[in-house]
Design a protein around this ligand. Structure first.
Ligand code: UT7
Length: 338
């Protein structure tokens, strides 16, 4: 029986840093409000005048992941890219990414599960490896939010939250008999409830307009920017994340104390603190990056892996739990022996 192990991790943040104070005038916000409500101090954004897009950030993170995994890109059997900020409406960003990585011929799959996209992608990769279909898969989460945010006072509730960035992991196949000594994904757990799809979404452009969708009046509205019912998202996040973490632990006959490190999605520091409190997880076991990077959606978890390794907090042999909640609504968790 095959299992997936993490061969290497990489991440990339664009060099321009926007502190909360840089947004104050633009969005009629304040450093105090942002820090108190979210824990964010700054975020990285791509050069707003450049043509840099999501697949470019994905490439940078993936090169590092490949280097750390000590495998060559030509050994990859598949690439999976999770994003909510695609380069173009179609084809999928994974195709642009695959061309830039120069690995023609192998399958290139987009995952559009937003904040939960990386765990969905990891789960898909894990299934292909478990069945023996593929041996080496690159899973990337990448976002360029900064070019799609409403940066006026009307958009401040969402605009201050998001950062650009990318994170990647290379998964490889291992035999179940080797598992006691090797890192591997123990399980993944995926959920969605589409009745809440409009609680965090981009409304326009949409095919639900009669006739040519571009004839619609939408261009006069701000409906092509992300909109969020923040309070409702928060309420569901602090319910669903503990739920799916307990589901993942129960499946593996583990309890919260046996987990060495928790690397959660980074939507709001308050969410992660509430989740930890509910499950009686000591805050020092939760690794957060939101203060430096904001919410990079599909990229938060692989960036978290990479940052935790660099900080010496994530080491081989550790038991790690990741969980995410976001637009869709979608939520998911995974347990990994690192
Ligand atoms: O990763 C995707 C999943 N996303 C999430 O999980 C996010 C979940 N939601 C949240 O994290 C929080 O709801 C937010 C951080 C987005 C907002 O915090 P909140 O405590 O729910 O604030 P609020 O939306 O209720 O707004 C409170 C006040 C309002 O003013 P009034 O009506 O009390 O006068 C807002 O207009 O704060 C105002 N406000 C702001 N003020 C300064 C909203 N955004 C801002 C801002 N700066 N950026």
């Amino acid at each position: 029986m095959k299992r997936s192990k993490i061969l290497g991790v990489g991440s990339y943040l664009p060099s321009q840093i926007w502190k909360n104070s840089d947004l104050e005038k633009m969005m009629d916000t304040s450093d105090e409000w942002i820090q108190q409500r979210t824990g964010i101090r700054q975020r990285h954004w791509v050069d707003q005048n450049s043509s840099v897009c999501t697949s470019d950030l994905a490439i940078e993170a993936s090169k590092k992941a490949l280097e750390n995994s000590k495998i060559k890109k030509d050994e990859l059997d598949m690439v999976i890219l999770a994003t909510l900020s695609p380069d173009h409406e179609f084809p999928g960003t994974a195709c642009f990414f695959q061309a830039k990585l120069n690995v023609p011929g192998i399958p290139a799959l987009d995952v559009r599960q937003q904040c939960t996209g990386f765990i969905y992608g990891l789960s898909i990769a894990d299934q292909f490896i478990r069945t023996g279909t593929y041996q080496k898969i690159l899973v990337v989460g990448a976002e360029v939010h900064s070019k799609g945010l409403n940066k006026t006072p009307e958009g401040r509730d969402v605009g201050v939250l998001f950062g650009d960035g990318a994170g990647a992991v290379v998964l490889g196949s291992c035999e179940k008999s080797e598992l006691s000594s090797m890192s591997h994904i123990l399980s993944t757990h995926l959920h969605a409830d589409g009745q809440f799809a409009r609680e965090l979404w981009v409304q326009e452009p949409s095919m639900n307009h009669p006739g040519d969708r571009m004839d619609s009046e939408y261009i006069k509205t701000a409906n092509f920017y992300p909109q969020m019912n923040g309070k409702n998202v928060f309420i569901h996040a602090v319910r669903r994340m503990p739920e799916v973490i307990l589901e993942a632990l129960s499946k593996n006959e583990l309890n919260t104390n046996q987990i060495d490190l928790y690397i959660f999605h980074q939507a709001n520091l308050r969410i992660n603190e509430r989740v930890a409190k509910q499950l009686e997880i000591p805050q020092e076991k939760v690794f957060n990056t939101i203060d430096r990077f904001g919410n990079t959606t599909a990229a938060t978890i692989p960036i978290g892996f990479d940052e935790a390794i660099k900080a010496g907090k994530l080491k081989p042999g550790m038991l790690v739990v990741s969980a995410a909640f976001g637009s869709g609504f979608t939520w998911a968790a995974t347990v990994i022996r690192w």
